[in-house]
Write a protein that binds this ligand. Sequence first.
Ligand code: AMP
Length: 146
Amino acid sequence: MFSLHSKAFLEANIADFIIPSEKVAHVQRANTLEHALLVLTKSGYSSIPVLDPQFRLQGLISSSMITDSILGLEQIEFDQLDKKKVEEVMDTGFPTISLQTQFKKALKLLIDHPFLCVVDDEGLFEGIMTRRVILKQLNQNLHSAE
Ligand code: AMP
């Protein structure tokens, strides 16, 4: 495909590395925290995207954000799980990329983020790019270069 010695890897196409939206576990912003915790636990992922009914990306939610939001002064308030909504707790301050983003820019962002959400011009969610996919490709290139 391309070698580590060529510029091709750094100039690769984002589209070749994304997990498409239909394969990404997600929740809706109006879902309860209880539902989000179930999806997170069942999927085994620590953080997943939050979408609106039109499939536009709204935020990210993780188990620790949920636990943190139901921490009372002396105990965890489990009864809040079916009262609070995902939109009250989700993170909205994270970088996103598009299919046009330069691959090397995405690579740099992946240093601080385990995955990046890919959106189109209208904010429609297209999928995610994960560290695992990139490391897998790097590993393959390394072995084929040897
Ligand atoms: P990985 O690089 O495969 O370990 O994935 C890094 C992170 O990306 C995971 O911890 C999840 O937060 C997220 N992730 C990976 N694959 C999926 C998926 N299919 N659905 C939702 N989130 C995912």
